[in-house]
Design a protein. Structure first.
Length: 608
């Protein structure tokens, strides 16, 4: 068995042996020394041009370095000399996925499966690509194929559950979720995406912490923190950097754009690091304008991005994405700043590192910004909780188009309009059953939902029919630009929240437009967000603690016009409590100063 040292000695004696360079590249790759691995494989390729296995490994190493274009190049070259190489097709599909070219990825995964029809991972990744192009039914079939081949491919089960929730196909879902929870309890190596778990009924805060920690250990446990480079003068401004995939036309923009402008520039210097697409939208332009320094790091690897942040001597790094789509948490895990904060994008903890077989563990992030409502018990967070009056900021203004009329939207003039504009993966069988009870109890009412996909629409209409409700009373709002979406809220009477994954920015949209929102408080962060917003606005009537009370109040608000008008008046009177970025930023900056002083004081005591 060769070691790196013995191979280096062997190469010194026979420098033109491609096999030795190839083997050395493999050892470097095992040790996560990607630059050295690339050099070894490139030398091997010079000595054995067009060797398919060397080309394949060069592609794999470029993928590990997050160089997807270079990886695709090597996989394509491999296939030119070895057109029946299933692994090359599979890895080329993965490279296309990393480049955001899901349609190309589908073709590569299918080619791989033609050559290797028993590859469960290829079926799983094909499912992911089909999901990304909106073919959710085919994606679910692909995940099922993966599980038929390998019932222990747990991430395929996670993906199937989540996509079934997206299309509101609840058949067998409770059994699958129970099975997944059992896996989580007994297998720390299982790959269970933390975001998907948040929306699964009956999962607890304890399970969410365990899931996040297992995921963090698998994804970031091997990373070495960057060397400390942090020397500052005592009177310098505190440098705060916001990191996100969503500095664009995205719900995040309607929460933080005005907050960024409101920061006190006498004490803070504000940076933004973007790794999402530049959509050239006004929202993107406002964010760029409202910070002191804006960096697009899409073309940088996680290592390069972390080194850039470190070079700027950032004091506080605030991640606004968490474990949501396009997450690049590795940047934070490399510890480019002395203080890291999890906030806003992901409604949960990011978990611990080094939790398996070790007595010591550390949080991926130092802090999480919360409030007393969403985080009444800090034991379920790996981070230290920083408590604000309300964790969610909001712009003081939102872009609203001309107000629509009910007939123009296909809504009946004289009906009470229950609505829910949450994504369909948040609609559970239990909450939909309650909504059907409401329609049964309030004859002159309809339910107005967001049309997310055709399968969810068909399934929900079928469930309504089974519950004895005419499908004509279930109406769907097509996706429209945000200005028109906000405007149509004026035609809704009551927003019905979901459980266990509440409305977040969607709740703020409804409240901003003056639509009362009724929620049922759960036990996890994601199930307490709407309660937090309503407490901030001091409207306790709209907060319930069980579904029976939720149903009772939804019926009362539809039947008692005086009660309804009183609640609506209260909402309009208290609106400024939630939509006040100037006041919010003062509380936020106090928290930043607190953690910064804590860090500098600790460092000063270490230096003495």
């Amino acid at each position: 068995m060769h070691t790196i040292q013995t191979l280096i000695k062997a190469i010194a004696k026979t420098p033109n042996d491609p096999g030795l360079h190839y083997e050395l590249g493999g050892l470097y790759l095992e040790n996560k020394d990607i630059p050295a691995a690339l050099l070894s494989y490139q030398r091997a390729l010079q000595l054995a041009p067009n060797h398919p296995q060397i080309l394949l490994q060069l592609g794999n190493t470029e993928s590990a370095a997050q160089h997807a274009e270079q990886a695709a190049h090597y996989f394509q070259k491999c296939l030119l000399v070895d057109p029946n190489n299933a692994a090359a097709y599979y890895n080329l599909g993965n490279a296309y996925m990393a480049l955001g070219q899901s349609q190309h990825a589908i073709h590569q995964f299918k080619q791989s499966l033609t050559l290797n029809p028993n590859d469960a991972e290829a079926y799983n990744n094909l499912g992911n690509a089909l999901r990304d192009v909106g073919k959710l039914d085919e994606a679910i079939e692909s995940y099922t194929q993966a599980l038929n081949i390998n019932p222990n491919l747990h991430h395929a089960l996670v993906h199937r559950i989540h996509q079934q929730q997206h299309i509101c196909d609840w058949q067998g879902l409770n059994e699958d979720i129970a099975h997944l929870r059992n896996i989580l309890a007994n297998d720390a190596q299982a790959q269970i995406a933390p975001f998907a778990l948040l929306a699964m009924p009956n999962t607890s805060a304890h399970e969410q912490l365990a899931c996040a920690s297992h995921w963090a250990q698998q994804q970031f446990g091997h990373l070495q923190a960057l060397p400390t480079l942090h020397q500052r003068t005592s009177n310098a401004k505190i440098k705060v950097a916001y990191l996100s995939a969503d500095f664009r036309l995205h719900p995040l923009a309607f929460l933080i754009t005005e907050l960024l402008a409101a920061h006190d520039r006498t004490h803070f210097e504000i940076y933004a690091y973007s790794y999402g697409p530049n959509d050239q939208s006004p929202e993107r332009q406002h964010i760029e304008t409202n910070v002191d320094h804006f960096f697009d790091i899409c073309q940088l690897s996680d290592q390069q991005a972390a080194e850039h942040i470190r070079a700027q001597a950032i004091d506080i790094l605030v991640d606004l994405t968490g474990y949501t789509k396009h997450s690049r948490t590795s940047i934070v895990a490399l510890k480019p700043a002395p203080i890291s904060i999890n906030w806003l994008g992901y409604p949960g903890t990011m978990g611990y590192l080094n939790t398996v077989g070790k007595t010591q563990h550390s949080s991926v992030f130092d802090y999480i910004i919360v409030d007393n409502t969403i985080a009444p018990d800090p034991q379920y967070f790996s981070e230290t909780c920083l408590y604000l009056p309300c964790y969610q900021p909001n712009n003081a203004q939102r872009p609203v188009a001309e107000i629509s009329s009910k007939p123009s939207l296909g809504l009946p003039e004289d009906a009470f309009i229950y609505c829910c504009f949450n994504q369909t993966f948040k609609i559970t069988q239990e909450i939909f059953a309650v909504w059907m009870q409401l329609l049964n109890q309030v004859p002159h009412s309809v339910l107005w939902l967001l049309e997310c996909n055709s399968w969810a629409k068909a399934n929900l209409l079928r469930y309504a029919h089974q519950a004895g409700i005419s499908p004509q009373r279930i109406l769907f709002a097509p996706r429209v630009p945000i200005q028109a979406h906000l405007a149509r809220h004026t035609c809704a009477d009551l927003f019905l929240d979901t459980l266990p994954y509440n409305a977040h920015t969607t709740a703020s949209d409804a409240l901003w437009m003056g639509v009362p929102l009724l929620t049922c408080t759960g036990d996890t962060f994601s199930s307490r967000v709407a309660t937090s917003l309503l407490k901030t606005m001091d409207i306790p009537y709209l907060i319930t603690n069980d579904l029976a009370s939720y149903a009772e109040r939804a019926i009362a608000l539809a039947q008692d016009k005086t009660l309804y008008q009183a609640i609506k008046n209260q909402l309009m009177s208290n609106k400024s409590a939630l939509f006040n970025p100037v006041l919010f930023v003062q509380d936020l900056e106090s928290a930043y100063i607190h953690v910064y002083n804590k860090f500098t004081n600790a460092n000063a005591s270490h230096d003495e």
